[in-house]
Each structure stands twice: as C-alpha cells, then as structure tokens.
Design a protein around this ligand. Structure first.
Ligand code: AMP
Ligand code: ZN
Length: 111
C-alpha cells in the first residue's frame, strides 16, 4: 500500500469502486474514463509501479488469469489487452494495470 496511489486505494477499498472481479492477488474494475464501450482495468493488489518493476511470475500469471476471468464473465471474445509502460508510452498511473478494451472496432497499429 503506497500513500497517494489511487489504485492502491481502490485495491484496499479506501475508494469505493464496483469490482468486476477480485481474487487474492488482483482486482478488476471499470476505467473511469472509458475509451470504448467496455474498458476494464486489471491491477495487482500489491503496489508495483510498472512492468519494468514486475518480477513475480505468480503475479504475472494472476493478472492474465484475471483478464480471462473477466472476459469469460462478461462473455467478451474480441478485445485488446494493453499495458502502457513509462510516460512516453502513455502510462499515467504508476501502479501497473492491464487495460481490457472492447465493444468497438479497434485500429492497428495503435497511436
Ligand atoms: P494509463 O494511461 O495506462 O496509466 O492508464 C490509466 C487509466 O486509469 C486511465 O485510462 C484512466 O482513465 C484510469 N483511471 C484513473 N483514475 C481512475 C479511477 N479512480 N478509477 C478508474 N480508472 C481510473
Ligand atoms: Zn499502488
């Protein structure tokens, strides 16, 4: 738990947020500023700044497992999973998160 980290506060339930999925290591919730009809964030409960700092294979697996659980629960079969790592790549919140984006045609390559 890191002070002033908004995603730690969500994982810790200090900011009431409807959780789509929760297990021992992760939570999933809707992005506050969705870029598509479905835009979900998957985060570890533990504070890890970015993929650069993630070295725990159990947490890596848990994050992808949660993507699978959420897409299964919502019956989503077409979606994009994105991890922005570092400011120049678009990372704004420095508590690692996976975006799960769906519900509209998605262009490639991303901008
Ligand atoms: P990134 O740019 O990859 O760091 O993504 C950060 C994402 O977090 C953005 O899509 C924001 O809309 C989202 N976000 C920021 N604050 C909140 C919040 N309190 N609840 C849900 N999503 C949030
Ligand atoms: Zn955090």
């Amino acid at each position: 738990m890191v002070q002033n980290c908004i995603f730690c506060k969500i994982a810790n339930k200090e900011i009431p947020t409807e959780l789509i999925y929760e297990d021992n290591d992760t939570v999933a919730f809707n992005d506050i500023n969705p870029t598509a009809p479905t835009h979900i964030l998957v985060i570890p409960k533990k504070h890890i700044e970015s993929l650069n700092e993630l070295d725990d294979k159990n947490i890596m697996a848990a994050l992808l497992n949660t993507v699978k659980e959420v897409t299964k629960k919502l019956d989503i079969k077409n979606y994009r999973t994105v991890i922005n790592t570092g400011k120049e790549a678009g990372q704004e919140v420095f508590h690692i998160h996976l975006h799960v984006i769906s519900g509209r045609p998605l262009k490639w390559p991303p901008g």
